[in-house]
Design a protein around this ligand. Structure first.
Ligand code: 2P0
Length: 330
């Protein structure tokens, strides 16, 4: 019997339309609020995990370069979780490649931990159903729970480890409903405050956090209904107000966390200008300066041109993407 087992998985990035911001239980990654996202076809992570029977430190490579320090420990802790469930010992070699810049508010951890959860559990011989896989991915990074699914996904906050996982959200099946996100790559440098630290600070110090969290349930309900009827304008309106509210909670944190830059605001203005001109375009922003603009696929070029005219930054267009999948089985 071979001493080594390996598996390779691909998972796509997801962008939240109703955001996850704040943990009720940081140990188990239980969020304050439920969230809803769209998985994107254009950005993904490919991860190979190889377990050997030898003891020793896990080795982690990201985009070909060895990962050390807290990033390495974070992956190792996740591997420990799977090893203990599978009754496996021995070190792992993890090799991960992203098609999206890491740590720039482009949700690279959502695809990274979804791919890691699938590759690791498969290599260890665990056969998990999508809900169990989503629960496991959540323990690596909250948003990764949603990247197990394609299309739209809803992460139910739940109240314990068992009840907190994502599931697919039915969307209207209609060729006319083909939303895309035009991603304005305002700045792809590494953020100065990690989203994990920023959300902790927000929960602990922002007087606006609770009101925003309290309003999330209504946003979620409205968003689910809008996705079901393929109503892009309502999806966009709810996404915009939910994201602005999330950023308001951060601005009110002590000290404040501000991810957007003058170029971010210039893109937001360009989106408002497009709407005044009759184009259905709506923005959302995450823990970084980049802007994602939701629009009909037919308008993607017009939106990208408006971003280019406003700030001259590169753009990428992403439609709804597929679920996480194994590409090399153990
Ligand atoms: C989201 N974000 O719903 C929100 C919106 C950023 C803004 O999930 O600490 O990397 O690993 O659970 O998932 C980014 O935070 O945080 C995020 P952890 P994660 O997509």
């Amino acid at each position: 019997m071979s001493a080594e087992v390996q598996a390779t998985a691909i998972a796509h990035v997801n962008m939240a339309l109703v955001k996850y911001w704040g943990k009720r239980d940081p140990e188990l990654f239980l969020p304050w609020t439920s969230s809803l996202s769209m998985t994107l076809d254009a950005f993904w992570t490919t991860t190979t995990v190889r377990f050997s029977t030898e003891a020793g430190e896990d080795q982690v490579k990201l985009d070909g370069a060895p990962v050390a320090g807290e990033q390495q420990r974070r992956v190792s802790r996740f591997l420990d979780l799977v090893r203990s469930r599978a009754g496996r010992t021995g070190r792992a070699v993890v090799d991960s490649t992203n098609t999206v810049p890491t740590g720039a508010g482009l949700a690279s951890s959502s695809s990274a931990f979804a791919a890691l959860a699938l590759a690791t559990s498969s290599a260890c011989g665990l056969s998990l159903d999508p809900a169990a896989l989503s629960r496991l991915a959540r323990r690596g990074s909250g948003s990764a729970s949603r990247s197990i699914f394609g299309g739209f996904a809803l992460w139910r906050a739940g109240h314990d480890d068992e009840s907190s996982y994502a599931e697919p959200v039915p969307a209207k099946e209609d060729p006319q409903f083909d939303p895309v996100m035009v991603v304005a790559l305002v700045d792809t440098g590494h953020k100065t405050v990690t989203s994990r630290d920023a959300m902790r600070r927000t929960v602990e110090t922002s007087p606006l956090f609770r009101p925003w969290a309290d309003s999330a349930a209504a946003d979620l309900k409205e968003m689910q209904d809008a996705v079901a009827r393929g109503d892009l304008d309502t999806i966009g309106e709810v996404a915009e107000r939910n994201a602005l509210g999330m950023h308001a909670t951060m601005l009110a944190a002590r000290p404040a966390v501000r991810y957007f830059t003058p170029n971010t605001v210039a893109v937001l203005d360009a989106v408002l200008e497009l709407r005044r001109a009759g184009v259905s375009a709506y923005y959302t922003m995450d823990a970084g300066p980049n802007v994602k603009i939701l629009c009909h696929r037919a308008n993607a070029d017009v939106v990208a041109a408006a971003v280019d005219a406003a700030v001259g930054c590169p753009t990428a267009v992403a439609g709804a993407g597929p679920a996480a999948r194994l590409v090399v089985r153990p």
